[in-house]
Ligand binder design. Structure first.
Ligand SMILES: Cc1cc2nc3c(=O)[nH]c(=O)nc-3n(C[C@H](O)[C@H](O)[C@H](O)COP(=O)(O)OP(=O)(O)OC[C@H]3O[C@@H](n4cnc5c(N)ncnc54)[C@H](O)[C@@H]3O)c2cc1C
Length: 384
């Protein structure tokens, strides 16, 4: 059998999972090539711990992509500039490369400029340096109004802004600053984590209310004024002393330029096989759009990127080996929602449920928090 080349575009969670699974499943005559601009791999979930100070060093949990070579995976340290999905050719900052298969795992690009004033006024929870800046701001915070702002939907990890609000609440309480502080979430959503259904949303709302965290639904921020510390929405304005922001997201430029995106702004894929409309080209994770029977889109979350990567890897390996592709992504997912005090709630279910996702929320416990920490450790050992 002649060797095939599988190009994996993006070495984040989905890309690294796909590369590892393909390496296990395909013989050494086949090349597995990851194209990634960053030299390190880390999980964004650690941003929350950097924010609270539970994790001090951003480097903790990082993995060096040079380690991929030890596993027989090639890494091109390069910027992807253009993609031709028909010829499966990728132009990068260090030259062009062609593959028999492409696995697009480029994630979502943060787009703070979508909201005037966001970059100047907000501390970005979704950026490693931003999470550290939030921690520094919290260290000197002596009371006032903290706003957690979701700029636009969709955004990665639907629970993260709520976890940020819960964790800040817990932190201020422990520091004796809760009485002189207000915490508010502003979001375009009508409920927290709306795709998980009304029951989960209402339960999260209750948990926010129990802790005195304000929830301002259906708020689309138009502009933020850093000088007067005011966020202006379509319907109301709010003042803040500290603004923790989730920036707008969009598909990476190379995907938009290649016209791989559709009206949703993201790469449409078959819901179970993750195939795009181009032969031999798959897309997984945050870069994709999968419309659910309920009319909303599958949330952008690592748990889905991970499972989709395994399905695509199994199907490419089967095709290369002359077997029928049997892997199917079935829309099941879970998440741990940190609420502070070393506790987390647990949501899980079938997002492909008909007519609507069937997701349930288990009450917070120390066990769930521990499981979340273990998941990060397990993800780091994707390499081994
Ligand atoms: C604060 C926070 C907490 C989170 N917590 C959780 C959680 O608890 N559970 C969960 O399931 N999910 C969580 N997530 C979401 C999770 O991180 C993402 O859903 C997941 O990383 C998506 O994987 P991906 O492979 O699609 O994209 P990514 O992991 O973002 O990887 C994309 C990769 O592509 C690279 N890339 C992009 N463009 C180019 C280019 N032009 N050239 C070269 N390389 C490029 C990027 O550098 C990046 O490494 C969290 C996210 C955040 C921000």
């Amino acid at each position: 059998m002649t060797g095939k080349t599988i190009l994996i575009l993006g070495g984040g969670l989905g890309g690294i999972t796909a590369a590892g699974a393909l390496r296990r499943l395909c013989g050494s005559e086949h090349r597995i090539v990851v194209i990634e601009r960053n030299a390190k791999f880390s999980l964004c979930m650690a941003n929350l711990w950097l924010m609270t100070g539970e994790r001090q060093r951003p480097e903790e949990g990082e993995r060096d992509l040079t380690q991929l070579a030890e596993r027989g995976i090639e890494w091109l340290h390069a910027e992807i500039e253009a993609i031709d999905p028909v010829t499966r050719t990728v132009r990068t900052s260090i030259g062009a490369v062609a593959g028999d298969y492409l696995v697009i795992a480029l994630g979502a690009e943060r787009h703070p400029e979508a909201v005037p004033g966001f970059a100047a006024a907000a501390l970005d929870l979704y950026d490693l340096a931003g999470a550290v800046r939030i921690r520094e701001a919290l260290e000197t915070f002596s009371g006032g109004r903290i706003v957690v702002l979701v700029a636009r939907t969709p955004f990665s990890c639907p629970s993260a802004p709520y976890e940020a609000a819960f964790l800040v609440e817990s932190l201020l309480r422990r520091r004796g600053l809760r009485a002189q502080s207000e915490i508010a979430v502003y979001t375009p959503e009508d409920l927290p984590m709306p795709v998980a259904g009304k029951e989960v949303g209402k339960e999260l709302l209750r948990m926010l209310k129990d802790r005195g965290v304000e929830f301002h639904a259906e708020q689309i921020v138009m502009k933020i004024d850093a000088a007067t510390r005011t966020a202006r929405f379509e319907l109301e304005d709010t003042k803040f002393d500290l603004l923790i922001g989730v920036p707008a997201h969009r598909a990476p430029a190379a995907l938009r330029a290649a016209k791989l995106t559709d009206a949703s702004g993201w790469v449409p894929v078959d819901a179970t096989s993750l195939r795009t409309r181009h032969a031999g080209v798959y897309a997984i994770g945050d870069a994709t759009s999968i419309r659910l029977p309920v009319g909303m889109f599958l949330p952008k979350a690592g748990v889905f990127a991970d499972e989709q990567a395994r399905v695509v890897a199994a199907n490419i390996a089967a095709e290369i080996g002359g077997r029928a592709a049997a892997g199917r992504f079935d829309g099941h997912g879970f998440c741990y929602i940190e609420i502070g005090d070393d506790m987390a709630a647990y949501g899980a279910g079938n997002f492909y449920g008909i007519p609507a996702p069937t997701v349930s929320l288990e009450p917070p416990s120390a066990r769930f928090r521990k499981e979340k920490l273990e998941i990060e450790r397990a993800a780091q050992s994707l390499w081994l």
